[in-house]
Each structure stands twice: as C-alpha cells, then as structure tokens.
Design a protein. Structure first.
Length: 106
C-alpha cells in the first residue's frame, strides 16, 4: 500500500533515511487587501494589494510625499503614471480626462 514515515521524539520525520521537518504555508486568498501603516515621520501610509485567482499581483502604495506607486509581482516600485501610460494613456492630459481633476490626481 505505502510506507508511513517514522516520527522521532523531536517531532520530525525520517523519510528515505533523512530527517525532515513539516512546515505549513499560508496561502493568501484572492481579493483586495487594504493596509495602513505609519512611516518614520509619523505620516499614515495607505496601501492596497490586488491578488487574482491566477496571475500577477498588484501592490499599490502611497509614499510620504503622497505619490502613488505600484509594484507588479513584488518587483521595484514604479510611479502609477508609468503603468497608466503602458495601458494606453499617452500623456497627463489623458490621465486627467479619464480620472478627473481630483486633488489627489493632480
């Protein structure tokens, strides 16, 4: 039928002659997660993580100067305007037309 691993007194298992430890992993459920933290200057920093069922994670966060950045699959931070331009918005005028003249956008 099958072999059962031998458990030691330390809570590890002997598998094929080698001592192994079973480590559990947490899996983040798909969805949007919002976060809030305090930076070293005492300013509140807001962030959001979009986790799809399959595919690329998007992490968005403001910095201390209220500039919105995005991370794609946990790479380095890039300004959100670069992502918007890659998605077809060619200049700042189109960004303002699409998303309005809200104070946070300007």
């Amino acid at each position: 039928m099958g072999d059962f691993p031998l458990m030691t007194e330390k809570g590890t298992f002997i598998i094929n002659g080698a001592e192994r430890v079973i480590v559990s992993q947490l899996v983040r459920s798909p969805g949007v997660y919002f976060g809030k933290s305090i930076d070293t200057s005492g300013k509140t920093i807001y962030s959001a993580i979009i986790i799809p069922n399959r595919g690329t994670w998007l992490e968005m966060e403001f910095d201390a100067n209220d500039v919105l950045y995005v991370r794609i699959d946990r790479t380095r931070k890039i300004p959100i305007t670069i992502l918007l331009k890659a998605m077809g918005l060619e200049n700042n005028v189109q960004v303002l037309e699409r998303y309005g003249n809200h104070q946070a956008i300007q």
